[in-house]
Each structure stands twice: as C-alpha cells, then as structure tokens.
Ligand binder design. Structure first.
Ligand code: PMP
Length: 446
C-alpha cells in the first residue's frame, strides 16, 4: 500500500496522523516509515534516506543495532514484565549509571525523558518545600505542565511566557521562571530576588532543542554556586547529551556536578527508557509506599527488554570506538559545511558538538536563544527540503539539530557534503518554498 493511502488512513484514526508532536512536518505529511537500519531509513514507497534526524537522537549506534537487538531478544526469551521485586538487569544498570555519571549515586528508571524531568521537579519540591522552578529559554524538558513554556517565540515576543499547550493551569506556569540561557547575570539576579522560594533550576547543559548552544563555563558554574547557596536543587537534563557526548554526560565534560540528572534517548539506543539519578539523600525521598515523601511508580519502569537494550548499548559504547568515530565524522561535517557556505558566500554559523551538527543561516555568534531568532528560517527549511531530493534526511523544521551515528560512514559524509553544496546552491538560486514530493523524487535517493 502506498504512502498516500496509508497516511490518509492514519489521519482518519490518529489525530494529525502521527503519534508525537513534530512528527508531522509541513510538506512531508504523507511520510510513512517502513524500514530503518544502520544509518538509513526507508519510506513505504521505497525511497531511502541517509538519516541524520535519528529520531531526535536515540540511535547513537545506528538504527536497529544488531548487538542491542540480540540483547533484547535474549531478554525476551527468559523474562518479560513481572511487576514485582527487581531484576538483575535493573541492578546492573543502576550500578553502571552510578559508576559512569559523576552526579549519580542512586537512580530510578522511567519509560520516557518527560517522566524523568517530572519526577526531578517533584522531588526537588518535596525536598525543599518550595514552589518555584527555574528553566531557560530554548530548553525543552518534556510535555508536563511545569516546563511547558514555549521555547520558540516570535522575534517581537522574546521572553514571552507562551504556554506550549492549552489546558494548563496558569498557577502552574506562574511557578516557573524563564531565564535567558548563558546569562550568569540573570541567574544571580533571579536567585537574589527569589532564592528562598526556588526549589529547582533545570537546564539542558547544551540546549540541543534549538540546535546547539554551547554553555559558557561561567554560566554553569554560577548556576551551581547559586543553587548551592540558596539550597535549591540543580537538575541537568541530559536526555540528549547523556551518553551521546560522553558516558558521563556533559557534567563529565564541564566538571560541574548537578544534584539530579535526567537521562533518556541514547542510553538505550532507541528503546523507550528514561532515568532519573542523583544524590542519594534526594533519591531516597522516593518511596514505593503510598504517601511516602515523594511518590514514584510506573507499570513499565525497568522493563527487562529496555534494560537489556541499555546494558547492551553501554557495553558497546565502552568496548568499541563509538565516540571516536562519531566525533570524527561530526567534525568533518562541521568543517565541510563551513567551507561550503563560506565558498558560496552564505552567512552561516555551523554549530554542534561531537556527533551533533546544525547549520544556522545567520551571522554569528550563537550564544543565546535570542541570537537564534536571526536564523533565516526559510533558507534553513528550504535547504533541508532540497537535501531530501539527494537522499539525505535532516528534519526540515526550523532550528532542529542533526546527528551522526556509529553506522554512518566516511562515504555517507562525502555524500552529505556534495548534497549540501547542491542544495544550498539551488535554494540560493531559486529561494522560496520547495515542493518536497517533487524534490524527493529527484533521483538522489539511495
Ligand atoms: N529533555 C530533553 C532535553 C529532551 O530533548 C526531551 C525530548 N526531546 C525530553 C526531555 C523529553 O523526553 P521524552 O520525549 O522521552 O519524554
């Protein structure tokens, strides 16, 4: 059955035709994915793309990694969900996280990153008896109410407190302060004014939800100092950075240790798992007893299949030169793209870290979320739509980052750079919106 027919069926029975916000992309609303393996995804019409979208980040080893798939299958042969007690795999995974991640002494598993950040804020409020939460512009922490302030505002509404959704009680949003990322000064001011009421500050240490803003060392250090001084809980949301940039996450790289850490995505290479870990005294506030200091539960938490996936992912990340490989390819891509855009005379800031890359079409620098409002969204999206025609998939939505995996090769990077030059040239020459359906049958698909 072809994509058009399938996607029409989807829209009849699934609101919007997809199961998560931002999976329905303008111009690609008929996309039905039929196969994913290694560095490639294939649609239901047989069109193949080298995938740099990477499902927003989980498959660091590549899609359907055979070692992870085998570990999941092996777990399934001996165990499924018992829902009572604990399994050896859960113990080993918690021991591994405590060994690898500087800020983690004890941890709990969830099924998603949103659940992990939800519980981080709940336990911070339980521990401090305080109300306020600090978050930063450009950072995304999931779908729950406390953090559901829009990360993208129009240029004339910078800093506006736009709820991401209707249906949220205003008093919940009023308990969240939104500060500019990378502003140590704003952090000092907020703590001077509200410190005694701040339960937690939550931050993506690298705000990858708007591409890639690298944190200035003084910013993270100040955040750590102010939280310590005020007795507030510092939460690093490492759902994207965890395992992807280093086994110990950004806290290992920056040397700044948070009180709580949330993980997800790359830790199980695509299987649905999240984790919340941190200081033992905070984590011990969670109790399985109803009415315990902080309540934590979930039918699927620690499911043997996803725990096996996470353990197999860590084993491979430790045993093989995964980070070396993806860092080398990422660096080549960033250098190659910079040279291409320089050569074409296009103002561009090619940002990223390790395996992550993103080309903003603007003049530098890109330090804060506000800086990114200068990005030329039409060029950003038009360029990516044209890449589809060359069989390269970077999500054609504004400010989205791209990722390389262990399954990508040097030849894939050569192909990406050739495609990038042609796509940028065509977009510059013709501008305007691109008919994606036509573009993606232009013959570049492989
Ligand atoms: N935190 C960050 C930094 C994320 O990028 C995301 C997901 N994009 C989440 C939390 C929420 O995770 P999930 O979608 O698994 O609920």
């Amino acid at each position: 059955m072809n994509q058009r027919v399938l996607s029409e069926r989807a829209r009849r029975v699934i609101p919007g035709g997809v199961n998560s916000g931002q999976r329905s992309v303008p111009g690609l609303t008929d996309l039905v994915i039929a196969h994913a393996e290694g560095a490639r995804i294939r649609d239901a019409d047989g069109r193949e793309y080298v995938d740099y979208h990477a499902a927003f980040g989980p498959p660091l080893l590549g899609h359907n990694d055979p070692d992870v798939a085998e570990a999941v299958a092996a777990a399934g042969r001996s165990l499924d969900l018992a829902g009572v007690g604990v399994t050896q795999g859960e113990i080993e995974l918690a021991e591994t996280l405590a060994e690898l991640v500087p800020g983690i002494e004890k941890s709990l598993l969830t099924s998603t990153g949103s659940e992990a950040t939800f519980h981080a804020l709940r336990v911070a409020r339980a521990a401090t008896g305080r109300r306020l939460v600090v978050k930063f512009q450009g950072c995304y922490h999931g779908w729950h109410d406390s953090v559901s302030l829009n990360v993208i505002s129009a240029p004339d509404r910078v800093g506006a407190r736009d709820p991401i959704s209707t249906g949220i009680l205003p008093e919940v949003l009023e308990a969240t302060l939104v500060l500019p990322f990378n502003s140590a000064e704003a952090v000092r001011r907020a703590f001077a004014e509200h410190g005694a009421d701040i339960a937690a500050a939550i931050v993506e240490p690298v705000p990858h939800n708007v591409g890639c803003l690298l944190p200035e060392p003084e910013f993270l250090r100040t955040l750590r100092e102010e939280c310590t001084k005020a007795g507030s809980v510092l939460v690093f949301d490492e759902v994207i950075t965890g395992f992807r940039h280093a086994l110990g996450g950004w806290q290992q790289i920056s040397g700044v240790t948070p009180d709580l850490t949330t993980l997800g995505k790359a830790i199980a290479n695509g299987y649905p798992v999240g984790a919340l870990g941190g200081r033992a005294d905070l984590m011990d506030l969670f109790s399985s007893r109803p009415g315990g200091p902080a309540f934590f539960a979930g039918t699927y938490n620690g499911h043997p299949a996803v725990v096996a996936a996470a353990l197999a992912t860590v084993r491979k990340l430790r045993a093989e030169p995964v980070h070396e490989h993806v860092f080398a390819l990422g660096a080549r891509i960033r250098e190659g793209l910079t040279a291409i855009f320089d050569g074409l005379g296009v103002p561009a800031v090619v940002a990223g870290y390790g395996s992550v890359f993103v080309a903003y079409f603007m003049t530098g620098p890109a330090r804060t979320y506000t800086d990114l409002l200068r990005n030329d969204a039409e060029m950003f999206i038009g360029y990516r739509r044209r890449l589809l025609g060359h069989g390269v998939f970077e999500l054609p939505l504004n400010l989205k980052r791209s990722h390389v995996s262990y399954a990508h090769t040097g030849a894939d990077v050569d192909h990406l750079l050739e495609a990038a030059e042609q796509a940028a040239r065509a977009q510059l020459a013709q501008g305007g919106p691109v008919d994606v359906a036509a573009a993606s049958t232009m013959g570049g698909a492989r």
